[in-house]
Design a binder for this molecule. Structure first.
Ligand code: ADP
Ligand code: MG
Length: 679
């Protein structure tokens, strides 16, 4: 129903409502509060505790002037009084605020208490002068913008709720609501905006989370079911040369690698397409797993493709694949954005005719003109770097090929459960033998000199060093500048007798290649780089990773960078340099120095950043959750997962009782379903 039905909604307000995503009355009803204010908390001023949220009704007593602090802030104070005591309102950098108050005027305040040196303050409180009409009880707080006040939005939503009967229907069957003790939808929606009390609010929140997670997982199961039904023609047996191939390797596979390989080969035998995620911390040896899968594919006469997120990585894979597979007569090709036109044409022709067995590439692989003869295995490396669409595009170049996805970004178990609901997961949780723990140190700016001087020793032993330059905001240009500068500086100050190289995103791919080759060959001692080396790069002789302004990087990214060292048998170090003094930054550095476990780091990262921000969810093309949090609401997640599985297995969705639930799944997955691939 149109919003114009609501009193007070004219063209202007309508526009503002649209700007926060409210287009219909239904949208307004389901626009959930981001927080609540419990305005019931009124007490004598002396009893107010530091940090608590309180309501206060009184009058403006004294308007003090503003003053400037040593750090240049202005502080404006206003004294309010009532029969329960005096309270000082404090505002920062808003000197004009004093003009909005008049001595003697009655006032309602709501805000956070701060007790400072005997003074009881309320910091930048909300205020209302129409004291008699201040909303009481538990008040919703919405996400909004400066054009649409909380007050107006509250009024509109309160009115929208009058239309609830016409707008909203119950989609969870009564039988389920009974078993899981869920409130009905009307009670829930009314009380989610204006709750009677906090306990009841929790019941409402549970009902909404339950519905969100249930519909979402049902949708995922349905898509998955559809995928499984579409068999392909590629039951690929284990080739007879497999044993010889494994024995020809220069190292022995770890137990975890062997297990993963077994799982993959078993999947590939099946005519049902494989859909498997290989998750292994940086350096755990995922590449060889991909090599073996592709070897098996090629020996059986099929084509395989592997997509990597950067040219450097694609090049590196191309070389190592060639060295592993070339001697078996397997033809490997490479396509990246900078493959020369003539060369590209040749490769594309051979790919289409089947004269290339394995193709490695970047995003260039998903261009329209890339065609295969009989693509049957698709691998994406470092999957978190690709969007859902891109991966789907590559998969669609074959006819339901087997799909293998590799990631070093450790996805916390809870998130994996949700994202990969029914994708099979192999975990490589064991490092190759002989690896030594990377020791990580946090160094303040003042210690920089000492760090760089101490590197002489390491270089003399024949080892190599990475220096990663600070991210300068999001600007690539500035980042490049800082890398150029750092290189110059290091050369002049510390490494005049050594070979210093430079690598950044503004170099063309031939230049990048040359630098990488020469670093790999040991012809560069110190490589100054931007984050272009973040993922996948493998130079086992490099043993020191120095990260400047380490506080500017995310934890997951720091862990990835650190993973560039410790790849051989030599003792390796990661030095995090930072001038940051704030607690959050220090805490983050502490996490890095205290653990090498990517899973622990990912969990912490997610805790600190919140799940919404955590890489993945949006990128996977999944519908957004309005209220449920896949980490905090793990219990509901499990509950609904089991229920969803039962509903699908017993085919309940075809029952009339479930038809509204089915509608709501379709609505949520509308359009989106197409885009979701389970990798
Ligand atoms: P990642 O999992 O980060 O992709 P890589 O596949 O690049 O790791 O492997 C890291 C290094 O470990 C490579 O030099 C690789 O050759 C080596 N490696 C892989 N598996 C083993 C093993 N089982 N024993 C010894 N070295 C191994
Ligand atoms: Mg890798």
């Amino acid at each position: 129903m149109e919003l114009e039905k609501i009193k007070g909604v004219g063209p202007k307000i309508l526009k503002h409502l649209n700007s926060i995503g409210i287009y219909t009355i239904e949208d307004a009803i389901t626009y959930f509060p981001r927080d609540y204010e419990d305005r019931n908390n009124i007490k004598p001023v002396v009893e107010m505790k530091d940090g608590e949220m309180i309501s206060f009704i009184g009058e403006t007593s004294i308007i003090y002037g503003s003053r400037r602090t040593a750090t240049g802030k202005t502080i404006t104070k206003i004294l309010f009084k009532s029969e329960i005591g005096y309270l000082t309102g404090v505002w920062f950098n808003q000197p004009y605020i004093k003009n909005t108050f008049k001595v003697g005027e009655s006032i309602y305040l709501f805000g956070r208490v701060s007790r400072k040196m005997g003074e009881i303050q309320i910091i930048e409180p909300q205020y209302e002068k129409d004291v008699d009409n201040v909303p009481k009880g538990i008040i919703p707080v919405y996400s909004t913008n400066k054009y649409l006040s909380q007050k107006v939005l509250r009024k509109i939503i309160a009115q929208a709720l009058n239309y609830i009967d016409d707008e909203i229907s119950e989609c969870i069957p009564e039988s389920i609501r009974k078993i899981y003790k869920l409130l009905d939808i009307k009670t829930t929606l009314t009380n989610i905006h204006f709750p009677k009390n906090m306990q009841f609010l929790n019941l409402c929140r549970r009902r909404i989370k339950f519905e969100e997670l249930l519909t979402l997982q049902l949708g995922l199961f349905l898509i998955k079911k559809r995928l499984i039904q579409s068999n392909n023609a590629f039951g690929i047996p284990v080739c007879k040369e497999m044993k010889d191939f494994k024995e020809s390797l220069l190292f022995e596979l770890t137990g975890a690698q062997s297990k993963t390989i077994r799982e993959i080969l078993t999947d590939m035998k099946n005519s049902k397409p494989m859909n498997r995620l290989v998750q292994g911390d940086v350096g755990s040896g995922k590449t060889i797993v991909a090599v073996i899968a592709l070897f098996n594919c090629a020996r059986n006469g099929y084509q395989g493709a592997m997509m990597a997120p950067t040219e450097i990585l694609a090049e590196q894979h191309f070389e190592s694949f060639n060295s592993f597979l070339g001697k078996w007569g397997i033809r490997v090709g490479l396509i990246t954005g900078s493959t020369l036109k003539s060369k590209k044409k040749e490769i594309l022709d051979k790919l289409a005719s089947g004269e290339i067995d394995i193709i490695i590439g970047t995003h260039a692989l998903i261009q329209e003109n890339v065609q295969f003869n009989n693509l049957s295995l698709v691998i994406t490396d470092e999957q978190h770097r690709f969007g859902v669409r891109q991966r789907a595009d590559l998969i669609n170049k074959g006819h339901n090929p087997h799909v293998l996805v590799m990631t070093a970004t450790p996805i916390p178990r809870t998130l994996a459960l949700f994202l990969y609901g029914d994708m099979d997961i192999s975990i490589i949780n064991e490092m190759p033998k002989g690896r030594q723990k990377i020791s990580t140190h946090f160094v303040k700016g003042t210690g920089r000199d000492k760090v760089y001087h101490s590197l002489n020793n390491e270089i003399q032993k024949g080892r190599q060093i990475y220096v990663v330059c600070p991210l300068v905001e999001e600007s690539e240009n500035l980042q490049v500048e800082s890398a150029v500068e750092t290189e110059k500086n290091l050369k002049e100050k510390y490494f005049m007798n050594y070979r210093v190289g430079l690598l950044h995103g503004r170099m063309n791919s031939r230049e990048k290649d040359e630098v990488m080759h020469s670093f790999k060959a040991g012809n560069i001692d110190v490589l100054v780089s931007t984050t272009v080396i973040e993922v996948g790069v493998n130079v086992p002789n490099a043993t020191v990773m120095i990260i400047e302004n380490a506080d500017r990087f995310g934890l997951a990214q720091l862990h990835q960078l650190r993973g560039r060292v410790g790849r051989g048998t030599h003792k390796s170090y990661c030095i995090l340099i930072s001038e940051a003094k704030n607690q959050v930054a220090l805490d983050r550095m502490k996490i890095m120095t205290s653990t090498n476990d990517g899973f622990v780091i990912a969990e912490k990262d997610m805790e600190m950043r919140g799940t919404g921000e955590f890489f993945g969810v949006r990128q996977h093309g999944l519908p957004e959750l309005k209220m449920a949090d896949i980490v905090k609401d793990i219990d509901v997640l499990k509950e609904t997962r089991d229920l969803a599985r039962e509903i699908i297995n017993k085919d309940y969705l075809s029952l009339t009782e479930y038809s509204l639930l089915m509608n709501s799944i379709n609505k949520i997955f509308n359009e989106k379903a197409e885009n979701i691939t389970f990798n």
